[in-house]
Ligand binder design. Structure first.
Ligand code: MG
Length: 250
């Protein structure tokens, strides 16, 4: 579905193409691949933490949240009620589960709100270098667990990026993930220029900054956390959930 002739007129002038990572370059169906707790390996405490985390994330529509809920289901952990749920865009979620205050999110966010995140440094670095998104789980203000979540590249992404580069386009990747994770994914897909650690409310500004360098910019995204960036671009292309309104052919 093409909206407006102006997009078509601009399409052949595109110089820079910005690709969202999750759901655009990747499948957008992340899976929990690693989980460790302060207490050690598989034990009652671990299952309890999975229960607290999944119950909280059950209230979120973020793809990472769905991964955590699926992981809990695979461990036969029951989801329970949450009070005062709050999602902090690009950072994490928080709320009360079983009278405990649970916060799940990025190290940056937990650092910002004064929670000690100094444990798990080695594990975090190792998982990120594999391209995993790493999140921390805090209970009542103490970090209790670390989780690594991986999202596979779409089979067509490497070819698509190569074709765009052959057309002479400058291909850049835009993601909220932190730099090591983003660089690992970008190098797998053949992209050199990466904007990482970009919060949802900053994504449109990145597109704008490229435009201010005199570039005609296209943005490709799946509409999750990137709708303003799609609107800011000279040409915005929505794929995946963003195309749900478009007629489908089989
Ligand atoms: Mg996305």
């Amino acid at each position: 579905m093409i909206k407006g002739g102006e997009s078509l007129e601009l399409a052949h002038k595109i110089q820079t193409i910005v690709l969202d990572k999750t759901g655009t370059l990747t499948e957008g169906k992340p899976t929990v691949t690693n989980f460790i707790t302060v207490g050690g390996t598989v034990n009652q405490n671990e299952l309890k933490l999975i229960q607290l985390a999944a119950s909280l994330e059950h209230n979120s529509e973020h793809p990472l949240a769905e991964a955590i809920v699926r992981y809990a289901e695979s461990q036969n952990v029951e989801i329970t009620d949450v009070d005062d749920f709050e999602a902090v865009a690009g950072s994490g979620v928080q709320g009360y589960v079983s009278d405990k205050f649970i916060q799940i999110g990025t190290q940056r966010w937990l650092d910002e709100i004064g929670i000690n995140t100094s444990m798990f440094v080695e594990e975090k670095q190792a998982w990120e270098s594999l391209g995993q998104t790493v999140i921390l789980i805090a209970v009542d203000g103490q970090v209790e667990a670390l989780m690594g979540i991986a999202d596979t590249l779409k089979a067509s992404s490497i070819t698509a990026v190569r074709m765009m580069q052959k057309l002479g386009l400058s291909v850049v990747m835009l993601t909220g993930d932190n730099r090591p994770t983003a660089e690992a994914i970008a190098s797998k897909v053949g992209i050199e220029r990466v904007f990482a650690e970009v919060r949802p409310d900053q994504k449109a500004a990145v597109v704008k900054s490229l435009q201010q360098q005199g570039k005609i910019v296209a943005m490709v995204g799946d509409g999750i956390n990137d709708a303003p960036a799609l609107a800011q671009a000279d040409v915005g292309m929505a794929i995946g959930t963003g195309t749900d309104v478009a007629p489908r052919r089989k």
